[in-house]
Structure formats: structure tokens, C-alpha cells
Design a protein. Structure first.
Length: 456
């Protein structure tokens, strides 16, 4: 058997090669299923595109042959990237990111090998790359770029015109929100609000920070405070020129009312938001608001309405719904059917969640899908099946290096092994202890502290 180094792509990092293959596949309009056969499964192709190192070199060579790609095409692509100026690269990457193509934006940035001498452009480079990595679920890598942007801002005493420091803090807040470290997420978000300068424009960033602040207040147990803040600013929110942002506020307010037990208000805002989304054909927001209604119905045990929402979610999944929402919608559907004892339908929903997560190439979504599936299997006392899904979640969590999620999964595994295998149970508990010890010893970098500490 040939080794990786014996192939022409032996000197190329698997992640870089995978991103290139995915870009070519997408450009040519191929689905994973179009390239799969007896030698190559869709899962293997997905692993190649994600840069998973355990894939055999022969499989990669087979996929390259199917696409007609060789050494010449690889180096022609790299040379073309090198001829681009930094300003052009950043322009292309920023717009690819806004259009929902983070992998392509990242390829654009990583294809640039020139100097990054312009401090303002370097700052934009770090922000865009961090956000692309964040959208791809590579949270640890993304965090480094956001901190680099904040350090660069203060070390060079830059005063660019787009509230870049506030943008970096906003992204860090969202990143820690994905990790469910709500206290740290709130700290970063409030640092972003402190550093935001209205004179520099970017009103949308300000309202994103306000919305995130309300969300993180809720998640830290301060839901009343979050709701009061929204109520005071609601008139301004409804008059915002960004319909998409307004709909997100409707969803957030509905969820806050649900949490606080104000069910009539919750349904009113979810329903009103859904009508606004339908009127403007905002498919993504329709899906999000329908999922919020479904969660509310399940909590209230209004099963007829809940089933209607679940059926709506199923139909909407046929549309262009983002992978994050697809996965969460399928997870909710799986939980609904598990509760009602319809285990085959639940398994189908969870399987769809896993497939959507694999297609998205976001390890964090795989963590969510497998962990939720494991939880539901454990609730049915099917510990052996639950262990399998927790272990699959562990494989993905190691890719993103998130200790908090790793702790969460090991707790699930420990619950399964308890009273069944003492050795495995204590192995899980020792790992949980080590994780806790590591988290307690973490030193908070200067750029994570509030702006007032930085002197801003």
C-alpha cells in the first residue's frame, strides 16, 4: 500500500486539499451522491473534504481522478491566488462570507501569500478569517484570529472607520455563545457595546450587539432583565430598516416570554414574527420562528399544534434552510417523536440531523446531533446505543477542541456506564475531573477583559 507521501499530493495538508476538492465539486454542480460508488461512500467523500487525516490515500486519489484533478491544476490554482492583491482577496472573501460560503471565503484568504503590511487590511483579514472559521465550527482557531484583531487594534493605535474592535468583540461573544459559556459571551458582548462608536457607523452591528446582550442575559439567568431591555427599545426595533434583524428580535422576544411563563405573549410575538416572515418570503426566519412555536407547543403539551409545527418544519427542510437550522429542527423532531414513543420516526429524524451535519462540514453540528440522539436513547434505557452516539460525538468534539462540550459528553457516557461497568464509569469521571481542572486553571487573556480595563 502506498503511503500519503508517495502520492503527488503528499506535501499538501489534508485540510487544504479537502477545501480545494470541495470548491471544485461545488463549482461543477456535483452532489456527494453523484460521485459516490462502491469504492467511495458519501461519508468518505465528506471526510476527504473536511481534511480528516484517517482517510486512505487511495480513496483521495480515486476522488481526484473522478473530478479530473491533478498536480498541474492544483499549482495553477495556487499561482493564480498568489497574483491577487490583498485588497482584492479581502473584498472577495468578505462577500463570499456574507453570501453564506465560509469555506470558499477561507480558501480565498489562505490562497493569498503576499505581504500583510497594511495594518487596517491585516485587521480585516483577521476578522474575516475568524468569522469564516467560526461559521465552519472551528471555534478554537477562530478565537485566535479575533484576539489577534483586538491586539492589533490596540498595539498600532488604529482608528479605522468601521468599528472593527466592536466587531471582533461581537464575534467572540457569539463564539462563546456556541460553546454555551454564557458568562464569557456576555462579557465580550458588553465589551463590544462599550467600544462601539456611533460616529463610525455600522448601525446593524450595534443592534446585533444589543440582541446578543439580551440573549446572553437570558442564558445567564437574567431573563427578566433581558426582556425589560427589549421592551424599552421595542419601538426602535420595529422601525429598523433591516427586516432580517427585526425577525430575529421577534423570535428572541417570543422565547423570553416562553421562558418566563408568559405563554400568551410568547405565541403573539412568535405568530406575528412568522406572519412578517411569510409576507416577505424570508424562508430561514420562517423556519426559525416555526421551530420556536414548536418548542413552545411541546412545553405546553399542546400536541396537535406541536405536530402541525413539526410537519411544517419537515416541509420547509426541502427548501434552502441553513445546515444549523436543519440540524436543530431535526433534533427537535427527534425529541418530539421520542417523547411520543414513535421510535422509528425519531431515529429517522436524528439520522437526518447527522447527515445534514456531515454535509455542512461543521464538527459542532455533529456534536449536537449525536449528543441529542444519545440523550434520547439513554432516556429510553438503550444505554449501548446511546454509548455509540456519545462516542461519535467525542470524535467530532476533539476536532474543535471544546472542553465544555467534551465534559458534557463524558457526563452522558458516565450515566450510561454507571452500574454497568465500574471501570469505564470511573474512567469517564476522571476525564471530567481533568477537564474541570484545566478549565479552572485557564488564564483569561487581556483582550477578553472589558474595554475599560484596556483603557478604552
Amino acid at each position: 500500500m502506498k503511503t500519503w507521501d508517495s502520492f503527488w499530493f503528499g506535501d499538501i495538508h489534508p485540510v487544504d486539499l479537502g477545501r480545494w476538492i470541495r470548491k471544485v465539486r461545488k463549482k461543477r454542480g456535483y452532489r456527494l451522491e453523484d460521485l459516490a460508488d462502491g469504492d467511495l461512500s458519501t461519508a468518505t467523500i465528506s471526510n476527504i473534504e473536511r481534511g480528516v487525516p484517517r482517510v486512505r490515500s487511495e480513496k483521495i486519489a480515486c476522488l481526484l481522478k473522478k473530478l479530473g484533478l491533478d498536480k498541474k491544476e492544483w499549482f495553477e490554482g495556487k499561482t493564480k491566488g498568489k497574483r491577487s492583491g490583498m485588497k482584492a482577496v479581502i473584498f472577495a472573501a468578505e462577500n463570499l462570507l456574507k453570501a453564506g460560503y465560509p469555506a470558499e471565503a477561507l480558501m480565498e484568504l489562505e490562497g493569498y501569500s503576499g505581504n500583510k503590511e497594511n495594518d487596517i487590511l491585516k485587521l480585516r483579514y483577521d476578522l474575516i478569517k475568524g468569522n469564516a472559521l467560526k461559521q465552519l465550527g472551528k471555534l478554537s482557531e477562530a478565537e485566535g484570529y479575533f484576539h489577534a484583531a483586538i491586539r492589533g487594534y490596540h498595539e498600532t493605535f488604529l482608528s479605522p472607520g468601521g468599528n472593527e474592535e466592536a466587531e471582533a468583540f461581537c464575534s467572540l461573544g457569539e463564539l462563546y455563545g456556541e460553546r454555551q459559556d454564557w458568562g464569557q459571551a456576555l462579557l465580550f458582548t458588553e465589551s463590544g457595546l462599550d467600544s462601539y462608536d456611533p460616529a463610525k457607523g455600522n448601525l446593524r452591528l450595534f443592534w446585533t450587539l444589543r440582541r446578543n446582550q439580551a440573549r446572553f442575559l437570558w442564558k445567564t439567568g437574567r431573563a427578566w432583565e433581558a426582556l425589560n431591555a427589549l421592551q424599552k427599545e421595542w419601538k426602535d426595533i420595529e422601525e429598523l430598516p433591516y427586516l432580517d434583524e427585526v425577525l430575529i428580535f421577534y423570535r428572541l422576544r417570543a422565547r423570553l416570554h416562553l421562558v418566563l411563563g408568559e405563554f400568551d405573549h410568547a405565541f403573539r410575538f412568535a405568530w406575528d414574527g412568522l406572519h412578517k416572515a411569510v409576507a416577505e418570503s424570508q424562508m430561514i426566519r420562517i423556519y426559525e420562528l416555526a421551530r420556536t412555536l414548536a418548542e413552545g407547543c411541546i412545553r405546553l403539551q399542546k400536541w396537535d399544534r406541536a405536530e402541525g409545527c413539526i410537519r411544517l418544519l419537515f416541509r420547509l427542510q426541502q427548501e434552502e434552510v441553513p445546515p444549523d437550522e436543519q440540524v436543530k429542527g431535526c433534533i427537535l423532531t427527534g425529541k418530539y417523536y421520542t417523547f411520543h414513543g414513535e421510535h422509528e420516526k425519531a431515529a429517522t429524524a436524528f439520522d437526518q440531523a447527522v447527515c445534514s451535519a456531515q454535509e455542512s462540514q461543521k464538527p459542532l453540528l455533529l456534536v449536537l446531533a449525536h449528543t441529542a440522539w444519545g440523550d434520547c436513547l439513554y432516556s429510553k434505557k438503550e444505554e449501548e446505543k446511546a454509548i455509540f452516539h456519545y462516542q461519535e460525538a467525542l470524535k467530532s468534539v476533539q476536532e474543535i477542541g471544546d472542553l465544555r462540550w467534551e465534559r458534557r459528553i463524558y457526563l452522558g457516557l458516565a450515566s450510561c456506564w454507571k452500574d454497568k461497568n465500574e471501570q469505564e464509569f470511573f474512567r469517564c469521571m476522571r476525564r471530567i475531573y481533568k477537564i474541570e481542572e484545566t478549565l479552572q486553571q485557564e488564564v483569561v487573556p487581556v483582550s477578553r477583559q472589558p474595554v475599560s480595563v484596556l483603557g478604552g
